[in-house]
Ligand binder design. Structure first.
Ligand SMILES: *Cc1c(COP(=O)(O)O)cnc(C)c1O
Length: 496
C-alpha cells in the first residue's frame, strides 16, 4: 500500500515514510492510494477478537510495510495496560436504538488517547524502517487535550524527546495540572506568555527554521509532529468504528439490516474522517453526522459547499471543538474528487490566501449523500447534558452533548430512526465545572471540589487519572516569552 500527497500525486511513499515525516514536503497530507475492503468473513473473524487483535488486523491492511511482529508490538504496547479493563472503546446502550461509544477510558480521559497511545510505537518503528536512526523530537502546541495525551503517549519512549507549549492563561486549571505533573524522563512542559495561536506559530516557525534544523541534524536529531495531520494518528481511529460495528453485531443481523448512523463531535475533522474510512472499508454506516458547536464553519460548508473561515471565533464550553480550520477536511476533498491533487491544492491555496473556497456541485452532492452537518448553541449543549442525565441517568461531557443535540435535530428533520452510534470524546470530569453548572448546581471554586460534587450528585466515579492529580508532584512551572521558544528548545536539547 502506497500513500500519495493530497497536493501532489507524484509523491508516493510507504506507510513508514508517511508516518515518520508526518506531512508531505509541499504541505499536503498523506492518503492511502486505495481503501482496503473487509468481507463478511473478515467481520465475522473480527467479532471474535480482542481490541488488540482487531487493531493489529486493521492496521495491518494499511501499514503493509510493517511486519506481524511490529504490528503486534505496537498494538499490545498501546492498548494493554493503559485503558480501564483493557477495553479502549466500550459501547454502552443508551436505549434500543442509540449506543454511546465511550472513547475516554485512557490515561488522559479524552479520545485522543486512542491514537496518541499508539502513535509513539508507530513513529519509532517507522523511523527505524526509514533508517535514519535519529532521535525524534516531538514539538507540540496545545490548547489542552492534545498536549497531555501526547505527553502520556511519548513518556519514556526510547529514541524520543517531547516538548509541549501551552498558552499560560488559555487552558483549564485541570488541564494545566495534568501537564505540569507529567512524569517521564524525556518530557518537557512550558507555558508561554501568549495565546494558543502564538504557541502554534512559534512551533511552526521552529519546524521550518533551516538553521535550527541543521543544528539538530548535526546532533543526530530531527523534529516530528504529533497532531492529526499525521496518518499514524488517523489510522488508529478507524479501528474503533470497525470495532463498534463488531460489537453491534451482537444484537443480530436484523437489527442492522438498514445499517447504522455515526455521530461525531467535530473540530479538526480527524475523528469523523476515520468513521468515513471505516464506511469505505465495508462497515454498513449510513449517515455520518458531523456535530459542531457555535464555531459552525463545517455545518455551513456541508450545507452550501462554501468553506469560509472569515467569521468570529467563539470560546465555548466544548473548547476542543473551537476551531475554524479543520485540517483533515483536505483528505476528504481529495477522496471526493477522485484524488484530484491540483484541485485540492487550489482550494487549500484559496483558503490560505482568501480564507475561503467553494467546491464543485459534484463534490457538494457527494458530501450531502454522506454527511449531515449541524451545530448547537451553548444553552442547547447545557440543556442536553441535563436532559440526558434526567432521562437515562447517564452523564456526558460538553463535547458529547453537542453530538447528542445535533443527532436529535437530525432525527427530527429526517425521521431516520436507524440504530446510531454516538462518539463520546471526553470524560465529564475533564470539564466538571461546565457539567455541574449544566445540571443546575452552583460550582465550587476549587476544581477538585467540583469533581467531588459532581460525583456525589450523579453517583458516578471520578476517573483515577483525575483523582491522582490531587496529590501529584508539580514537576514543571516553566514560563517563557513567545519569541524565546526556539532558545528554550535548543537549551533543553543541550544544543549550543
Ligand atoms: C479533539 C477533540 C474533539 C475534536 O476531534 P477532531 O478529530 O479534531 O474533529 C472533540 N472532542 C474532544 C473532547 C476532543 O479532545
Amino acid at each position: 500500500m502506497l500513500y500519495n500527497s493530497t497536493r501532489d500525486n507524484a509523491q508516493a511513499v510507504e506507510a513508514a515514510c508517511a508516518i515518520a515525516h508526518g506531512i508531505s514536503k509541499e504541505g499536503g497530507l498523506f492518503v492511502p492510494q486505495s481503501v482496503p475492503k473487509l468481507t463478511k468473513e473478515d467481520f465475522k473473524a473480527l467479532k471474535g477478537m480482542s481490541y488488540v487483535e482487531r487493531a493489529k488486523y486493521i492496521l495491518g491492511l494499511f501499514l503493509t510495510d510493517f511486519t506481524e511482529q511490529e504490528l503486534e508490538y505496537c498494538a499490545k504496547g498501546a492498548y494493554l495496560g493503559s485503558f480501564d479493563n483493557d477495553l479502549p472503546a466500550p459501547l454502552k446502550a443508551l436505549d434500543d436504538k442509540v449506543s454511546i461509544l465511550e472513547l475516554w477510558h485512557g490515561p488522559t480521559c479524552a479520545f485522543k488517547d486512542l491514537a496518541l497511545q499508539i502513535l509513539p510505537y508507530l513513529l519509532t518503528t517507522s523511523s527505524k524502517k526509514v533508517g535514519d536512526g535519529k532521535k525524534t523530537v516531538i514539538l507540540v502546541a496545545t490548547s489542552g487535550d492534545t498536549g497531555k495525551a501526547a505527553l502520556e503517549g511519548f513518556k519514556d519512549v526510547p529514541g524520543t524527546e517531547i516538548m509541549v507549549f501551552y498558552p499560560n492563561d488559555g487552558v483549564s486549571a485541570m488541564q494545566q495540572l495534568q501537564m505540569n505533573t507529567q512524569k517521564g524522563e524525556n518530557v518537557y512542559v512550558c507555558a508561554i506568555n501568549g495565546n494558543f495561536d502564538d504557541a502554534q506559530t512559534g512551533v511552526k516557525t521552529i519546524f521550518t527554521n533551516e538553521n535550527i534544523k541543521n543544528l539538530l541534524a548535526e546532533n543526530n536529531m530531527e523534529f516530528s509532529s504529533a497532531n492529526s495531520i499525521n496518518w499514524g494518528r488517523l489510522a488508529p481511529q478507524i479501528i474503533y468504528y470497525i470495532s463498534s460495528y463488531c460489537d453491534l453485531l451482537d444484537k443480530g443481523e436484523d437489527y442492522l439490516k438498514d445499517g447504522f448512523n455515526v455521530v461525531v463531535p467535530t473540530g479538526n475533522f480527524g475523528n469523523i474522517l476515520a468513521a468515513y474510512y471505516a464506511r469505505q472499508m465495508g462497515a454498513p454506516i449510513g449517515k455520518l453526522i458531523c456535530a459542531s458547536n457555535s464555531n459552525n464553519v463545517l455545518s455551513d460548508f456541508l450545507k452550501t459547499g462554501t468553506y469560509n473561515r472569515n467569521r468570529d471565533f467563539y470560546t465555548t464550553i466544548s473548547p476542543s471543538m473551537d476551531i475554524l480550520i479543520s485540517s483533515n477536511l483536505e483528505r476528504m476533498l481529495y477522496e471526493l474528487t477522485d484524488h484530484n491533487d491540483k484541485q485540492v491544492a487550489a482550494w487549500q491555496d484559496a483558503l490560505k490566501n482568501e480564507g475561503k473556497y467553494t467546491v464543485t456541485d459534484d463534490v457538494l452532492s457527494k458530501l450531502k449523500d454522506l454527511f449531515f452537518g449541524g451545530y448547537c448553541s451553548e444553552e442547547e449543549t447545557a440543556l442536553t447534558i441535563k436532559n440526558v442525565f434526567e432521562k437515562y441517568g447517564y452523564l456526558i461531557d460538553t463535547h458529547t452533548a453537542v453530538a447528542v443535540s445535533v443527532y436529535e435535530d437530525y432525527k427530527a428533520q429526517t425521521g431516520d430512526t436507524r440504530p446510531t452510534v454516538i462518539a463520546s470524546t471526553a470524560s465529564p470530569y475533564k470539564f466538571a465545572n461546565s457539567v455541574l453548572s449544566a445540571l443546575g448546581e452552583t460550582v465550587p471554586e476549587q476544581e477538585f471540589e467540583a469533581a467531588e460534587k459532581l460525583s456525589s450528585k450523579t453517583a458516578t466515579e471520578i476517573p483515577a487519572p483525575i483523582s491522582a492529580l490531587r496529590t501529584a508532584e508539580i514537576r514543571f512551572s516553566n514560563v517563557c516569552e513567545k519569541d524565546d521558544m526556539n532558545k528554550v528548545v535548543l537549551n533543553h536539547l543541550g544544543i549550543k
